[in-house]
Design a protein around this ligand. Structure first.
Ligand SMILES: [Zn+2]
Length: 437
């Protein structure tokens, strides 16, 4: 149960009210150097300066003291595969060979409900340890993998979105469903989990090459039948993959066009990677309300390419930040933000500290159409947040000590930071993780 009583936590509070943009709009962030975050019934009541708030609040109010720490909204990771936890950091391949050599054999084991449950528990604990409180997550082809994940997320009261993978060709037999079976199993999972507590379902075709047209058609049918469920898949990640899609779907104008044909571009549809999109694709993404998942550690690790954040935002696409574990190399959204910064640098643009915070919190919430629930400390939002220790190592402590603005403190946190900075993680106003001191 979420904490019913009014409680408070005191520290340096920072959150985004909107995208700071390329001009780095100073009013896009709200911060209180000595601030108080008030929580009741699992939701944010308000944030403000401690002195002012304490004056009018009951004198017996319980206040958690996190002075010297940053309090920020929980990170939101818009693309991950929990079933790939064990293949993270597998050496030396690009996407298509990486799938065949490492990923498919591992995913093949997830029909085992016990293995799925154990991995889901580990994965969610790892998210909490990294300050991530919500995510959009792939299972394997087995419905058991989705059941296990939802049950584990429900026990932790986390806001999570997940789905069982749909794939009926171009993968080992033990990982294939059929269009009808995939449709039926997805339907049953939607009925069992979608909208239950803080859980949502995502229709999950792996990517165009592993689904027949019949399966993509049924995915579109499912999407039309359940307009408020999510859709998640991959697009335009790797050059060989893009060429393969052009061969498999000779009628398509582009890779993205394949999904468009089957009604899979819409609000609450999240497309991982979006590296090799052209201008028309980007405009179509923006117009349909579909969002991109920017996965920098995965894109550099697998040698896929550089996502163009500036071009995506330039046409009004929604973009969230994502680790893409296990193609990505870290569960940490701090490390992932640092890599996003470097990818932007290599693409001829830049990302300010404020924009990195936005990407990892409110921007990702917007990509999921959940900005009215998570991603900031606006009143009424669900109180998922992280207490960040800015100096857990000698170097970070030293660097933090010479920062003379909040912006500089945030930037060095994003560039140097990782799981060691996460002191505690809170779900609906209750502590769900505490680092050992
Ligand atoms: Zn992925």
């Amino acid at each position: 149960m979420a904490a019913k009583q009014l409680t408070a936590i005191r520290g340096t509070i920072v959150h985004c009210l909107r995208d700071p943009g390329e001009s780095n709009d100073p009013d896009a962030l709200q911060s209180f150097e000595d601030g108080l975050l008030l929580v009741e019934d699992g939701r944010v009541v308000e944030v403000g300066p401690t002195e002012e708030l304490l004056r009018r609040l009951p004198s017996d109010l319980s206040v958690e003291d996190a002075r010297g720490r940053l309090i920020i909204p929980g990170f939101i990771d818009v693309h991950m595969h929990y079933v790939q936890t064990d293949v993270i950091a597998s050496y030396g391949e690009q996407l298509l060979s990486w799938l065949n050599r490492y990923t498919f054999p591992t995913e093949g084991r997830f029909g085992d409900a016990e293995l799925a449950a154990g991995t889901a528990d580990f994965f969610l604990e790892e998210l909490l340890r990294n300050g991530t409180t919500s995510a959009l997550v792939f299972g394997s082809v087995h419905p058991e993998s989705a059941d296990a994940f939802f049950a584990a997320a429900q026990r932790r009261r986390m806001r999570m979105i997940a789905g069982k993978v749909l794939m009926d060709r171009n993968a080992p037999d033990f990982l294939l469903d059929t269009p009808e079976r995939g449709y039926q199993e997805s339907r049953e999972l939607i009925e069992r989990w979608h909208g239950v507590d803080r859980l949502s379902y995502a229709i999950t075709p792996r990517f165009a090459p592993t689904s027949t047209e019949a399966q993509l058609e049924l995915s579109g049918k499912l999407a039309a039948e359940f307009p408020d469920v999510y859709i998640q898949t991959h697009v335009a990640e790797n050059r060989d993959e893009v060429a393969w899609v052009a061969e498999l779907f000779p009628w398509s104008r582009s890779y993205l066009d394949v999904y468009d044909r089957y009604g899979l571009l819409r609000e609450r549809a999240v497309y991982a990677h979006c590296i090799y999109l052209d201008e028309q694709d980007r405009e179509r993404m923006a117009e349909s309300g579909a969002a991109a998942a920017f996965c920098p550690t995965s894109n550099t690790f697998l040698g896929s390419g550089l996502f163009d954040y500036r071009a995506a935002r330039g046409v009004g696409m929604r973009v969230g930040l994502a680790t893409d574990v296990g193609g990505g190399t870290s569960f940490s959204m701090l490390k992932t933000a640092a890599e996003a910064y470097k990818v932007a640098q290599l693409s001829g643009s830049t990302l300010s500290a404020e924009r990195l915070l936005y990407l990892a919190t409110l921007g990702s919430a917007e990509a999921l159409y959940m900005e009215d629930r998570i991603g900031s400390f606006q009143p009424g939002r669900e109180a998922d947040f992280v207490v960040v220790n800015p100096g857990p190592t000698p170097l970070m402590e030293r660097r933090h000590g010479v920062c003379d603005s909040l912006s500089e403190r945030l930037f060095s946190l994003f560039i140097l930071g990782d799981d060691r900075n996460i002191e505690s993680t809170w779900i609906q106003g209750e502590k769900a993780y505490q680092a050992l001191s």
